[in-house]
Design a protein around this ligand. Structure first.
Ligand code: C2E
Ligand code: CA
Ligand code: CA
Length: 251
């Protein structure tokens, strides 16, 4: 009962509008909040990760439905999958059951996987990804550019969006190699008809460069850190009313 899901907004750069969020798990222990980097790798060594994964997916979908019922707009909810989950042939039926139980429309759920997960046992993973796509879910590739994988999988696998790793975004405005890589990934994604997301955006200069490169969506501390559900809802309502006022003023 100590696990909690936090939410971090994702903003469409062209529309300057919140279009979704990522669910990120936290462990609120007596000693304070423990970040997933400390306990997810341990959980991955056993089937505990399956339980955590189900908890996060169920909580995020239920939360999304509650927010829509409260009048917030349709926003995409991204949930991280672990390698073990993607190896589990029951994953598609588990996801289908959660969508049904929580009243979550499949097209609003985006599952994030990493390049490494695609490379391990990839025939089985591709089969599972295809079934998830058949349900109507979206698939994003997290930490894009950090693995040793072939670019051709963007075309071969049923993927909707690469998510450019924070390490490239972090020194985007100071390092030429990083900005070359980011702009190449953005163009590659556009050519393949995929959406492209950048994560770890902290500075206005990074946002401006990404906008100039025509990156679609941005996530990072520049907008907000991951927040508990109630704080996220407040943040979102404030932001939505500000954009309504701005739109009204511009008419
Ligand atoms: P990730 O999926 O790459 O998530 C992005 C991480 O970057 C998050 O760390 C987020 O808080 C952090 N972040 C976001 N914006 C910024 C920024 O502007 N600057 C910096 N420096 N960091 C930023 P977090 O929440 O600690 O999660 C770490 C990793 O733990 C995640 O990386 C993901 O791999 C894993 N994780 C988190 N929640 C889950 C989960 O529910 N299931 C699984 N399997 N893994 C999870
Ligand atoms: Ca992620
Ligand atoms: Ca990432």
């Amino acid at each position: 009962g100590e696990l909690e899901v936090f939410y971090q907004p994702k903003v469409n750069v062209h529309l300057n509008q919140v279009v979704g969020m990522e669910a990120l798990v936290r462990w609120s222990s007596e000693a304070g909040i423990i970040l997933p980097a400390r306990f997810i790798p341990l959980a991955e060594e056993s089937d505990l990760i399956e339980k955590i994964g189900k908890f996060v997916l169920g909580s995020a979908c239920a939360q999304s439905t509650q927010w829509r019922q409260e009048g917030l707009p349709d926003l995409e909810m991204a949930v991280n999958l672990s390698a073990r989950q993607l190896q589990n042939a029951n994953l598609p039926s588990q996801v289908a059951a959660v969508l049904e139980e929580t009243g979550m429309p499949a097209h609003l759920l985006c599952l994030e996987i990493t390049e490494g997960m695609l490379m391990e046992n990839h025939e089985r993973s591709v089969e599972i990804l295809k079934q998830l796509k058949a349900l109507g879910c979206k698939i994003a590739v997290d930490d894009f550019g950090t693995g040793y994988s072939s670019l051709s999988y963007l075309q071969r696998f049923p993927i909707d969006a690469p998510k450019i790793d924070q390490s490239f975004v972090g020194d985007l405005s100071t390092n030429r190699e990083s900005s070359t890589i980011v702009s190449a990934v953005v163009r590659l994604a556009q050519t393949l008809g995929l959406k492209v997301v950048a994560e770890g955006v902290e500075q206005v200069a990074q946002e401006q460069l990404l906008r100039a490169m025509a990156c679609d969506e941005i996530q990072g501390y520049l907008y907000s850190k991951p927040l508990p559900a109630d704080e996220y809802a407040t943040w979102l309502s404030n932001r939505l009313s500000v954009s309504t006022i701005l739109r009204a003023e511009s008419v």
